[in-house]
Design a protein around this ligand. Structure first.
Ligand code: PHE
Length: 443
């Protein structure tokens, strides 16, 4: 296998673990359960699965094909295929989105990291007190950014691949242990029913749209991340099966997170629709009342920190790859430039949970600074990016070229190419357009 000037994953498994590491994160363990809880449980899970299969996976193939064909970050890839066209803006949007998502995501990841220690200090701070301490949150945020910079600094094989191959399996087994534990608690069965027995009358337009949005965020789609990660895949590898495996792993971890959280919540008589505070607010309270809860709590937040780290690494990699590919910056320099820029961008988010009052006020609707960032970049930007990238791949570069790339390393794909072309040219853009309409209705 060749090692060019650019890095390359050492094996197919290296890519799968790194891409799954990117996909699996706070989106699966923190966001998926609370969105499920708010949207009525099992029916939402059902719609979510359909969205992943019909829209998420086909769209992921578009990003993978583009990335491996051109071997560049999203800006470089589009520039190569349509030089000096305004399509470049779609790539730029991806890089910028990466910077901004990382800026607030690392703040939440910092809390997660801090909660490991909070679990062993009884009656220390409530969630509200915890996130409003400026020195504490900035310290945790700094630690998390440094960890992220450290890994990306090491490059593709020695950094990202090496660490994700260790961290991902550890996380999987920690989750498995927790599932077994909480499902032995008395009363947990009601949680399982809420989570797994669908009441289809609960499916509404809002449920479908939340499920679509969650699928994009969770699979790390819409900002060219899979374009970048696919640029390090060898031509011999099978993109189709790798992508499918990443989607399966991401979905499995989200489902597993629900298998922990809902049984635990119902066993403790808590409300599943508690919103974004579910993991930070409700779960520690649940752990407190459980025998052996301190250990379970520590394990849980270690796990969430690991999941978040493999995602922050990937978010840092996209702008870094842009500087390395397009500006010729040395990787080790690029990582620090991006890391410091992101750090500064994230400070207002870190201080927006009560530490600085004007940042903590609602700015648009009921959203303070951090929520606004999540809405703008974690929702709108990803949807806009995915809309234009699916049009770019389906119509501009062309579904035929993309299909050929997908068939490289997997000749059997040819049979599926017509179906995939239809999905990427019509179904993906149309359904993403509907998500966007729903987002704008918000204003
Ligand atoms: N997919 C990640 C998660 O679920 C978040 C993410 C979004 C990472 C977009 C990279 C790009 O937490």
């Amino acid at each position: 296998m060749s090692t060019g000037v650019r890095g390359q994953w050492s094996s197919k498994l290296g890519f799968i673990l790194a891409a799954a590491g990117s996909a699996i994160g706070l989106g699966n363990i923190w966001r998926f359960p609370y969105v499920t809880g708010e949207n009525g449980g099992a029916a939402f899970v059902f719609v979510y699965l359909a969205c992943v299969l019909v829209i998420g996976v086909p769209y992921m193939y578009a990003e993978l094909a583009l990335g491996r064909a051109v071997q560049k970050n999203p800006v470089g890839a589009i520039d190569r295929l349509r030089p000096n066209s305004s399509w470049i803006l779609v790539g730029v949007l991806g890089v910028v989105t990466g910077l901004f998502i990382l800026s607030y995501y690392a703040v939440i990841a910092g809390w997660t990291f801090g909660y490991i220690f909070k679990m062993v200090i009884p009656n220390w701070l409530t969630f509200g007190e915890f996130v409003s301490r400026p020195v504490l949150v900035i310290f945790l945020y700094t630690v998390f950014m440094l960890l992220t910079i450290f890994v990306v600094h090491g490059g593709i094989r020695g950094g990202i691949e090496r660490w994700t191959t260790i961290l991902m399996p550890v996380m999987f087994f920690l989750l498995l242990g927790l599932i077994v534990y909480v499902n032995f608690l008395p009363g947990s069965g009601k949680g399982l029913a809420f989570y797994l027995a669908p009441d289809f009358s609960k499916i509404t337009g809002k449920v479908i749209l939340s499920a679509l949005g969650q699928a994009f965020f969770s699979l790390s789609l819409g900002m060219g991340l899979m374009v970048t990660y696919a640029s390090y895949i060898s031509k011999e590898d099978n993109l189709v099966s790798s992508g499918l495996f990443v989607a399966l792993a991401d979905t499995a971890i989200a489902i597993m997170a629900g298998l922990i959280i809902f049984p635990a919540l119902f066993a403790m008589g808590q409300d599943p629709a508690a919103g974004p505070g579910l993991v930070f607010n409700v779960l520690p309270a649940v752990f407190e009342h459980m025998p052996g809860g301190t250990v379970v709590g520590v394990v849980f937040f270690v796990l969430l920190s690991i999941a978040a780290l493999t995602s922050t690494i990937s978010l840092l990699e996209v702008p870094t790859a842009y500087l390395v590919d397009n500006r010729g910056t040395a990787r080790k320099v690029a990582v620090w430039i991006v890391g410091i820029l992101v750090f500064l961008l994230g400070l207002p988010s870190a201080l927006s949970q009560g530490a600085v009052s004007w940042l903590s006020q609602p700015i648009v609707g009921d959203m303070e600074f951090l929520s606004l960032m999540d809405f703008l970049f974690g929702n709108i930007s990803l949807a806009v990016g995915a809309l234009f990238l699916s049009i770019f791949v389906g119509w501009v570069w062309g579904a035929t070229n993309a299909s050929e790339e997908l068939a490289t390393g997997n000749p059997k794909f040819k049979k599926w190419a017509p179906l995939w072309s239809f999905l990427i040219r019509f179904i993906c853009p149309a359904s993403i357009f509907i998500i966007l309409l729903n987002l704008f209705k918000f204003f």
